[in-house]
Design a protein around this ligand. Structure first.
Ligand SMILES: Cc1cc2nc3c(=O)[nH]c(=O)nc-3n(C[C@H](O)[C@H](O)[C@H](O)COP(=O)(O)O)c2cc1C
Length: 148
C-alpha cells in the first residue's frame, strides 16, 4: 500500500463556482490525484466544533468533480473529543456521494499526547488500530469485503 500525503490544502484558492468548468491548475492536479487513487484517507481536526475552513474549501472544489463520487473514504479521527467535525464531515462526504468505509474508519486517542510518527507507530494499541483499519480499507478496495 502506498499512501501519498496531499500537502497543498492550504494552497488551494477560495472555491469559486464560476470556475467549476475551468478550474485552476492546482485544483485539476488534486482531482487527477484523487482519480488515480484507489481510496482517500481523511484525517481532519475539529476547529470551533466544525470542519476547518481550508479543508471544507478543498472538498468544495471536489463536489462537482467526476473523480470524487463513489471514491472509498476512510476517516481517521485523532481526537475522541472531536465529534462535531466528524459528524459534519460525514454529512458533507455523503452529500458528495463518497463511500465511507466503516471498518476502515477509526478514532485514535492522540489528543494532547504530543506523539510523533515514531511514537505513534511504537504504541502497540494505536499501531494495532491503524494497521487493522488500513487492512480493512485495502480489503474493501480489493473487493474482499463488499459492505462498507
Ligand atoms: C482554533 C482552534 C479551535 C479548536 N476547536 C476545537 C473544537 O471545537 N473541538 C475540539 O475537540 N478540538 C478543538 N481544537 C483542537 C484541535 O482540533 C486539535 O485537537 C488540536 O489542535 C491538536 O492538539 P494536540 O496535538 O495537543 O492533540 C481546536 C484547536 C484550534 C487551534
Amino acid at each position: 500500500m502506498v499512501i501519498q500525503h496531499y500537502l497543498d490544502v492550504g494552497q488551494l484558492p477560495h472555491f469559486d463556482p464560476d470556475l467549476a468548468d475551468k478550474p485552476p491548475e492546482i485544483v485539476l492536479a488534486l482531482r487527477e490525484l484523487i482519480g488515480r487513487a484507489d481510496g482517500v484517507l481523511i484525517s481532519c481536526p475539529e476547529y470551533a466544533r466544525g470542519i476547518p475552513g481550508a479543508f471544507k474549501n478543498a472538498l468544495d472544489w471536489l463536489v462537482a468533480s467526476h473523480e470524487f463520487p463513489g471514491k472509498p473514504v476512510a476517516l481517521f479521527n485523532a481526537s475522541p473529543r472531536a465529534s462535531h467535525a466528524q459528524a459534519a464531515l460525514r454529512l458533507v462526504l455523503e452529500t458528495m456521494s463518497a463511500t465511507i468505509v466503516e471498518p476502515a474508519s477509526i478514532t485514535v486517542n492522540l489528543l494532547a499526547k504530543d506523539m510523533d510518527e515514531a511514537g505513534i507507530a511504537a504504541d502497540p494499541q494505536i499501531r494495532q488500530q491503524i494497521v487493522s483499519a488500513l487492512e480493512a480499507f485495502k480489503g474493501w478496495i480489493d473487493g474482499e469485503a463488499q459492505v462498507p
